[in-house]
Design a protein around this ligand. Sequence first.
Ligand code: KIV
Length: 259
Amino acid sequence: MAVRVNQFADWKQQGQPVAVLTAWDYMSGQMADQAGADMILVGDSLAMVALGYNNTLPLTLDDMLHHAKAVRRGVKHALLAVDLPFLSFQISEAEAMRSAGRLLKEAGAQAVKLEGGYPRMAATIQRLVEAGIPVVGHVGLTPQSVNQVGGFQKQGKSPEAADRILQEAIAIEKAGAFAIVLEHIPSKLAKTITATLSITTIGIGAGQFCDGQVLVTADVLGLSDWQPPFAKRYAELRNQGIQAAKAFCDEVRSLQFPE
Ligand code: KIV
């Protein structure tokens, strides 16, 4: 049975952990889906993973649509959520509606994710949810604010910063999001947020006390040439890929390529 948004509340109540992986094209979507991920996120991390940018800011809505459509064709079981890229939702609620609407209508997304929990963003989330668009929030380290934050460091370390993130998470729940990503915050804070909220918390670099975990699939597979310190590699496919490609080149050059 394909995963639906309303299952997340049941899983939270039952204490059933949620596994989320990212995808950026047909094959990565298919692999994550066949591995049994509950949710597949076409994250804007694809700006780095698939497009070679230094951060997520250059990614456009059209870029995202192109990738999300390919992932959609590979995903049969998991819930498909797609990130709203930088400046496709911050300008106004109307802009957010238009952008999110395109992700649902053109790419077959079943939910959108957007960064930030400050009051105006909570109002945007409420507007999207009222229009029937399921939303995943995202607080803590929000990579689209890299220039303001000054890097990708852990957030919420002081009591004041921790309280602000907790309040943002509460506002996002009140606005109607069905899940929230907690990125790169202290495990203790993630535990408090998870105990406070009735919606699903999905951690990345936020310790074990979340309702679920997400990782960037390129990191999981060991494909990335850089990854954050909290991302565990479960394979070394980059090295294997280079070795395989090198073996091919060697065979061709030494006239060993089979008939
Ligand atoms: O873009 C992304 O891949 C994300 C995850 C890190 C949660 O937002």
